[in-house]
Design a protein around this ligand. Structure first.
Ligand code: 4NP
Length: 155
């Protein structure tokens, strides 16, 4: 399974999603390739936001080595599933993908917990540390559900 986590900046939410998913996949013994990207190019090459790093570390996950990159059209072919944080990310992934677009590969991360409800992981960029903890918990629950569903399917 090759999984790509996507948000706007690849600086707050999707680096957390990448770190959490890598951690959970490894703990479940799954050899998954997990990466993250942003639909915007504002922070290319930067490490995750200090509060994303701090909240991840509070939960035993080190995301400090990650580097921001922008989502590109070829990612649609390279990955089996692309999980986006909000509806704007979904539309941008669709726009950037152009003629590579594959609807069956792209979904909202929180669809795993709330199918069909179009729930979004809120952007904590202008928020406080509390918002980063809330975002961490949402992403963590969704990643946990994704792994559980996969393990049930293959068992
Ligand atoms: P993210 O948050 O999409 O969760 O990484 C943002 C980070 C940066 C910006 C917007 C959202 N920005 O406008 O620079």
């Amino acid at each position: 399974m090759r999984l790509l986590m996507v948000c706007l900046g690849n600086i707050c939410r999707s680096p957390l999603a990448e770190g959490i998913m890598k951690n959970r996949a490894a703990a479940a013994g799954l050899d998954w390739e997990i990466d993250s990207a942003g639909t915007g190019g504002y922070h290319i090459g930067e490490a995750p936001h200090v509060l994303s790093q701090k909240v991840a570390m509070c939960n035993g996950i080190d995301i400090s080595a990650q580097q921001c990159r922008q989502f590109r059209k070829e990612d649609i072919d390279r990955f089996d599933r692309i999980l986006v944080m909000d509806l704007d990310n979904y539309l941008e992934v669709k726009r950037i993908s152009g003629n590579n677009w594959a609807e069956d590969k792209v979904s909202l991360l929180l669809d795993t917990l709330y199918p069909g409800e179009k729930k979004e992981v809120p952007d904590p960029w202008y928020g406080t540390e509390k918002d980063y903890h809330l975002v961490f918990d949402m992403i963590d629950r969704a990643c946990g559900k994704l792994i559980d569903t996969h393990l049930k399917r293959v068992s």
